[in-house]
Design a protein around this ligand. Sequence first.
Ligand SMILES: Nc1nc2c(c(=O)[nH]1)N[C@H]1C(S)=C(S)[C@@H](COP(=O)(O)OP(=O)(O)OC[C@H]3O[C@@H](n4cnc5c(N)ncnc54)[C@H](O)[C@@H]3O)O[C@H]1N2
Ligand code: MOO
Length: 402
Amino acid sequence: MLPVETALDRLHAALDGFGPVGTEDISLLEAAGRVLAAPIVARYTQPPQAVSAMDGWAVRSQDFGATPLSLQIVAEIAAGHPWDGTLKAGEAARIFTGAPLPTGADTVVIQENADRDGETVRLLSLPPPGKNVRAAGLDFRAGDTVAQADARLTGRRIGVIAAAGHPWVTVRRRPRVAILATGDEVRRPGDPLAPGQIVSSNSYALAALIRSFGGDPIVLPIAPDTLAGIADAAEKARGCDLLLTTGGASVGDHDLVREGLGAAGLEVDFWKIAMRPGKPLIFGRFRDVPFLGLPGNPVSSVVGALLFVKPVIERLLGLPRQDLVPVLMPLAVDLKENDDRQDYVRARRVEGGVAPLPVQDSAMMSALADADGLLVRPPFDPARRVGEKMPVILFPQGSLPA
Ligand SMILES: Nc1nc2c(c(=O)[nH]1)N[C@H]1C(S)=C(S)[C@@H](COP(=O)(O)OP(=O)(O)OC[C@H]3O[C@@H](n4cnc5c(N)ncnc54)[C@H](O)[C@@H]3O)O[C@H]1N2
Ligand code: MOO
């Protein structure tokens, strides 16, 4: 069995041989979560000229002396309505937040610190020169790079790109990920179930995860537990960027993925990882695309997807390696020592820290769905006591999205 770290190193080394997928131009409105294929250079300067940061009075700091100071009101300037006059000695302009500062003015006095009296305004206290003014280009200037290539687009970054004048962006297309479920007992959701049959729930869970990783899932018809059936079904994966199977990865007489696909062009790089769940995971190359054979147990297939499918999709999108980052959380209960497999324990946040869910069977989808994260226990981790800090890969629920 390979240690998880070694398996990930080998996965990334192999992925160096698969270039990123091609690009497409899309509306910035559709771009959340997509990966930029080229840097974005600002076409505009932001703010385009000096603007007021507050509602108040545009003034010249050269006029500042003792307070109160009375100035002549010569203009009113609102956002979107610049005034092309020049403020002269002894003059002030009524100004609103976001409005262009007139020539001659360098400071804005907030309206709370002034009293208007007809055509004059009395300033009751004077701010330092330059106060409440945003200089032209304070945020960015035309020609500045406002987004790097190979960056995932967040709502925050999309705002900058829009302000820089780009309603369209060139992004990596979503890698097409073929999902091939195998097993005589599994049926497409909605199909009638004969005795002993179950729904291919893994196809659904994997499709959702693939979409969240940035891929485009394609659910293939289910393959039976025969060598020819598996090889045949894989033909329908033509044109995909990554082939995934689920089920048939282990050692039983009916676990035929390696052999069935072997006859159709699968070259296995590694099989069997020292992890729980997910031990029988297979990685290799199917013809000219990467291949991952996930175990059939639902929890094993989801954990395998988080650890191995996510990085493959990220690398196909041109992103650099970015391993899952656990946070350290105190244990709310004692733990027994671990065996030789790295354990991804389904756990919940509880008072005092984190605690494993009582049932850890890798078929228990409801426990996985209820979990807040995966508590990571390295191979041979010694017994642990309440309060000791352990790494936990938290699921994003409850935290802010990008
Ligand atoms: N003698 C041994 N037996 C097993 C070993 C082992 O090392 N020695 N490994 C175990 C481990 S660990 C796992 S994980 C499972 C996974 O094996 P497979 O990948 O071959 O999975 P299957 O046998 O095909 O199915 C396992 C389980 O999952 C259900 N399943 C399968 N496909 C789906 C699907 N698309 N949607 C929902 N559920 C699915 C299937 O009905 C089985 O219940 O092997 C252990 N055995
Ligand atoms: O490790 Mo298997 O992956 O028990 O479920």
